[in-house]
Design a protein around this ligand. Structure first.
Ligand code: FAD
Length: 463
């Protein structure tokens, strides 16, 4: 098959690139080896995990919130088989949606595993070979398996293995307190597992604003999730009926299942890239310029494999940029505000700089305001008052530098911060804007008012 643009991988970066190139008039083939399109995100990542997050939220609401709000229900039970069916149905609808979009845009899906044979051709195992004018590599990433003795036990699974469980483990150990580990900890504690997290660093979600990590630790502690921070796992023993997970200085914990979630690495091996002059790195992925172009001018890379971020939404944007340049347009990534959603309970989301990063860059010329949900009417009436919104700006020009949210619907609310930071807004633009009342979104404006020292809905700070 001869095309203008060949896209290797049908995940968020790849399918977006394919659709965008087709919109611009290109003849496009997308090579995907899995039986469904959508990649990690739709099949075994963002979408199925968040379907379970919804089940976990529903259980919590039924157990603790409904009665407060005057809705009487009998003791809610988890129907794990139905939760699994719901998850599968959501995944099917979303992956099927990508296949329909391909048809509607005239994108050809070549099913099979692709490998570059030259700077203008791909051999596809299981499908038709493809020659192209430009190609976009969007092969994603895979879970890292650390060299810890015993991890080859079938009781040690990665995120895909945990999503495939048909029974809730009584005792679940999670190795790694990053985003994926914490999201699963939050889900499975609600599902009834006794959850233990082992994390090497001093905080959970170590890349996020430190206060957000501490808030999550407090909430997890209240929920009975065991956390062993600054502890390394040294070995795992499968006794036949359970796992003994050793960590730190001779400590251990028993478990029925262990999630290994210590990070993901870009998938660059076996693609023939180095052979055709595109250098690859097992940790950093494929180096690209601001146009997503690799060292070979006809070949672009986007998404997890390009190594900048490991997020579906950055993959979407990188895919668009790669496609536009591949089709002869001029498009650059620049320095966009990237939201960082975390679907734990409480939810967490940040955009822009964390407080520590802001202070590192701007020294004392930084002001921070934190507005607690307990002072927001919509949060109070929802019975969800844990957490806060933090607004961070620099005091020379008043430019908004960051927003961090811990609490209800944080992952939806953060978009307001994305727009404000991309527009290089001042904190006054946000704080003096009129937010609808009563809404959760008011808390972003209110955090700005706190940072400016003019909070209305909080008592003045004692001098
Ligand atoms: P992928 O989605 O990994 O797609 C790559 C595709 O390429 C795959 O379908 C693969 O089969 C295919 N492929 C690879 N090699 C070949 C080959 N040689 N030939 C043919 N096909 C090939 N991100 C978020 O933004 N929000 C979230 O809530 C979120 N939750 C997550 C939860 C989990 C459990 C996990 C694991 C990840 C989560 N992510 C989330 C991350 C997100 O899934 C990834 O960042 C995103 O999928 C990356 O998109 P991509 O297109 O770069 O790669």
């Amino acid at each position: 098959m001869e095309v203008d643009v060949a896209v290797l991988g049908g995940g968020p970066a790849g399918y977006t690139a394919a659709i965008r190139a087709a919109q611009l008039g290109g003849k496009v083939a997308c090579i995907e080896r899995e039986p469904e399109l959508g990649g990690t995100c739709l099949r075994v990542g963002c979408i199925p995990t968040k379907a379970w997050v919804q089940t976990a939220h529903a259980l919590h609401d039924a157990r603790e919130t409904f009665a407060k709000l005057g809705v009487a229900v009998t003791e809610p039970q988890l129907d794990f088989a139905q939760a699994g069916e719901w998850k599968a149905a959501v995944v099917k609808q979303m992956t099927g949606g990508v296949a329909s979009l391909f048809k509607a845009n005239g994108v050809e899906w070549v099913r099979g595993a692709g490998r570059f044979t030259s700077t203008t051709s791909l051999a596809v195992e299981g499908g038709e070979d493809v020659t192209f004018r430009s190609a976009i590599v969007a092969t994603g990433s895979y879970p890292i398996n650390p060299p810890i003795p015993g991890l080859d036990s079938p009781r040690c699974v990665d995120s895909t293995g945990l999503l495939a469980q048909t029974e809730v483990p009584k005792r679940l150990v999670i190795l790694g307190g990053g985003i994926i580990g914490c999201e699963f900890a939050s889900i499975f504690e609600r599902f009834g597992s006794a959850v233990t997290i082992i994390e090497m660093l001093p905080h959970l979600i170590p890349l996020e604003d430190e206060d957000a990590g501490k808030e999550l630790q407090k909430a997890f502690k209240r929920r009975g999730i065991e956390m062993h921070l600054e502890k390394q796992c040294t070995g795992v023993e499968d006794t036949g009926s359970a796992l003994v997970v050793r960590f730190g200085d001779g400590e251990s914990v028993e478990a029925d299942l262990m999630l290994v979630s210590v990070g993901r690495a870009p998938l660059v091996e076996g693609l023939g890239l180095d052979e055709i002059g595109v250098p690859t790195d097992r940790r950093a992925g494929i180096a690209t310029d601001d146009h997503m172009r690799t060292a070979v001018p006809t070949i672009y890379a986007a998404g997890d494999v390009a190594g900048r971020w490991q997020l579906a939404h950055t993959g979407f944007r990188e895919g668009e940029i790669a496609a536009e340049n591949a089709m002869g347009h001029e498009s650059a990534l620049g320095n966009p505000a990237v939201p960082r959603p975390i679907y734990t309970d409480p939810e967490i989301a940040g955009v822009g700089l964390t407080e520590a990063q802001a202070r590192e860059r701007h020294g004392d010329a930084v002001a921070v305001g934190t507005f607690p949900w307990v002072a927001n009417a919509r949060a109070v009436m929802s019975g969800a008052t844990g957490g806060w919104v933090k607004s961070i700006h620099e005091t020379t020009y008043g430019e908004l530098l960051g927003i961090v949210i811990v609490g209800p619907h944080a992952t939806d609310l953060i978009e307001a911060g994305v727009v404000a930071i991309d527009a290089e807004s001042t904190v006054e633009t946000v704080a003096d804007g009129i937010a609808p009342h009563p809404t959760l979104s008011e808390a972003i404006k209110e955090a700005g008012l706190v940072a400016l020292g003019r909070a209305i809905h909080l008592p003045p700070k004692r001098r």
